[in-house]
Design a protein around this ligand. Structure first.
Ligand code: GTP
Length: 370
């Protein structure tokens, strides 16, 4: 079976992490996010993946090649201009001749795709949409269904008095190639606002598949951090690389933790990291390769990409530090701050409140304290 993964978006909500890395290539516990999606598809019998790219397209090919490492064939199609979700799939129509799967490339899930496809076939649907329930339905597009599972309408970001269901479109579909005839070629077209409502209007068999599987759209800093926490907590089956040096603490080859330092799980550290004396790494932290945590520094719930250097006595909590950053002594980084690649933050800065620091920033001593 074939699957199309949509990976063409700019991922603006995750800037500056997405300035030089497309969102699906961002690491999740040291593994590019797209690998989680491809492994899930492969587990459920998908043998060919069509990557519909647009923004920074070469990043995918550079890492995944022909897909043989993951046991699938990967075909790359790059859009010259963004075509939207439906337009992107129409653009790869030449590769699709049978029932196929579409996956938004920013959804972390352990959805049972085998069951989803069986449901689609049993319902003889032309389109089956996975639905997931959320606490605040007003922030999403709602998809009410009737008792037989037929989609009744699409409600975009409704007010509370319009809310009749908490089921939202989870961004994973099983589709028949026939629906591609309803999408114009070469034009920007959204499934959610275009062909799906059209199928409802024409009384075509479009059904919803309510799922209680783990589901998270990783597209904002807080969700990106949550995805790390959930993986580290074991909510999704994952194999961490390295060896388990104590319960729930994983360290790659060459990583050294000083005797007076403490690392609490769950925590994953890559290769050749150094945790210096008296440093404390609290749970839900991920370090990629070659990170140095300075003497007496404290980390909690954060994500450090490769080659990050944390200075003495610095504190980093619930934040993402991109590759090659140098965080000076006694700097505090907190509250979902995002520090772009190769930035240097000199001593005594206090970075909080969701601050986003652009790549290659050089911040002098004592510049920000709020
Ligand atoms: P934001 O800019 O932060 O909203 O992120 P995004 O650009 O990724 O948009 P969004 O989260 O709405 O996109 C959902 C999924 O569809 C993501 O996996 C995107 O990569 C993908 N996507 C969105 N628009 C396009 C497009 O025009 N073409 C292709 N090929 N994929 C798209």
């Amino acid at each position: 079976m074939k699957a199309v993964i949509l990976v063409g978006g700019e991922g603006t909500r995750l800037r500056p992490l997405t300035v030089d890395t497309p969102k699906p290539m961002l690491p999740l516990v040291n593994v590019p996010f797209i690998e989680y999606v491809i492994r899930l598809l492969k587990k459920h019998g998908v043998d060919e993946v069509i990557l519909s790219a647009g923004y920074l397209p070469t990043a995918f090919d550079d890492h995944l090649g022909n897909g043989s490492d993951l046991g699938v064939k990967i075909v790359y199609v790059t859009e010259e201009k963004p075509l939207g979700t439906g337009g992107a799939v129409k653009n790869v129509a030449a590769h699709l001749d049978d029932t196929f799967i579409v996956f938004n490339g920013d959804i972390l899930t352990d959805l049972n795709i085998t069951q989803l496809v069986e449901y689609h076939r049993a319902k003889k649907a032309v389109a089956t949409l996975t639905l997931t329930s959320v606490d605040d339905p007003t922030a999403y597009g709602l998809v009410p269904i009737d008792a037989a599972g037929n989609v009744q309408e699409f409600l975009e970001k409704p007010s509370w008095d319009e809310v009749t269901t908490d089921l939202i479109n989870a961004g994973t579909y099983v589709l028949e190639p026939s629906i591609l005839d309803l999408i114009p070629s070469g034009e920007n077209h959204s499934f959610e606002r275009g062909v799906f409502p059209l199928l409802v209007e024409r009384k075509q068999p479009i059904v919803g598949f309510p799922s209680s599987a783990y589901w998270l759209d990783i597209g904002t800093p807080s969700k990106y951090l949550q995805a790390h926490r959930d993986i580290l907590d074991g909510q999704l089956a994952s194999d961490f690389s390295g060896s388990e040096i104590k319960r729930n603490v994983w360290a790659g080859e060459g990583t050294k933790v000083a005797e007076s330092a403490v690392v609490f799980g769950p925590c994953v550290m890559g290769r050749n990291c150094v945790v210096e004396a008296d440093a404390m790494v609290f749970g839900h932290t991920t370090l990629a390769d070659d990170c140095v945590i300075g003497r007496g520094a404290r980390l909690e719930g954060c994500v450090l990409a490769s080659g990050v250097h944390i200075g003495e006595g610095a504190v980093v909590r619930n934040s993402v530090i991109a590759a090659g950053c140098v965080i000076g002594n006694k700097v505090h980084v907190d509250e979902e701050a995002i520090i772009g690649v190769n930035s240097v933050i000199d001593e005594d800065n206090l970075l909080k409140k969701g601050i986003r620091i652009w790549p290659d920033t050089k911040m002098a001593k004592n510049t920000i304290r709020f």
